[in-house]
Design a protein around this ligand. Structure first.
Ligand SMILES: CCCCC/C=C\C/C=C\C/C=C\C/C=C\CCCC(=O)SCCNC(=O)CCNC(=O)[C@H](O)C(C)(C)COP(=O)(O)OP(=O)(O)OC[C@H]1O[C@@H](n2cnc3c(N)ncnc32)[C@H](O)[C@@H]1OP(=O)(O)O
Length: 166
């Protein structure tokens, strides 16, 4: 089992991490500012290139009353692992992932997402991610395999600005 990263409240450790860049027109369900129905996750990178995010999901995405829907939990883990891969300058898609739902994830409390790349082999990059509550208890654990892809060219990089991919 992975130990949680010892990154305390991000606001207090602002100089130890940098914010993950995201274009204003990004429509990614996980992290896009331009998706009004999305999760609006804001990620930070640690010096070790681990992806970290603190968020409160909200009752819109509930499954059991008071708790986050399992599909959304998988999305949170997928997005976190994807950010860890991107942190290494890689453009890759999720090929395989698994989720260990260890405890229910409260919808109205702040949670922390942490992700990292664990192994690389050619185009294949293995990852893992955690969802933790405010006391640092692990609520969910994900593992993933990401495969590098060639990104589609931007239609008009001058007109459209930076790539909209999350
Ligand atoms: C090409 C079009 C790209 C369009 C998208 C453009 C850019 C997007 C890029 C990044 C994403 C950006 C933002 C992310 C937004 C959301 C974040 C969350 C991330 C996601 O939500 S993203 C969506 C869900 N995702 C998909 O929608 C993927 C659908 N899928 C595919 O599009 C293909 O599947 C692909 C391209 C992934 C790979 O296809 P492929 O043909 O290039 O690769 P191939 O099959 O050859 O596998 C390669 C090697 O992995 C080994 N391998 C396969 N499976 C394995 C397993 N289970 N265990 C161990 N090894 C395994 C093989 O054995 C082989 O190994 P070896 O090379 O050693 O022989």
């Amino acid at each position: 089992m992975t130990k949680p990263l010892q990154v305390e409240k991000l606001t207090r450790y602002a100089d130890a991490v940098r914010k993950f860049a995201s274009a204003a027109q990004n429509r990614c369900f996980g992290c896009g500012a331009a998706n009004e129905h999305g999760l609006h996750l804001e990620f930070y990178l640690t010096q070790e290139l681990h992806a970290v995010c603190e968020t409160t999901v909200g009752d819109f995405f509930e499954g059991p009353k008071g708790f986050v829907h399992g599909g959304i939990i998988a999305t949170l883990l997928d997005e976190t692992m994807s950010k860890a891969v991107r942190a290494h300058g890689l453009v890759a898609m999720t090929r395989h992932m698994e989720v260990d739902y260890q405890r229910p994830v409260p919808s109205s409390e702040e949670i922390r997402l942490e992700g990292r790349v664990t192994r690389n082999e050619g185009r294949k990059h293995w990852t893992e991610a955690l969802i933790l509550n405010g006391h640092g208890k692990v609520l969910a654990h994900g593992k993933g395999l990401f495969i590098e892809v060639k990104p589609a060219p931007d239609p008009d990089p001058v007109k459209d600005g930076p790539t909209p991919h999350g």
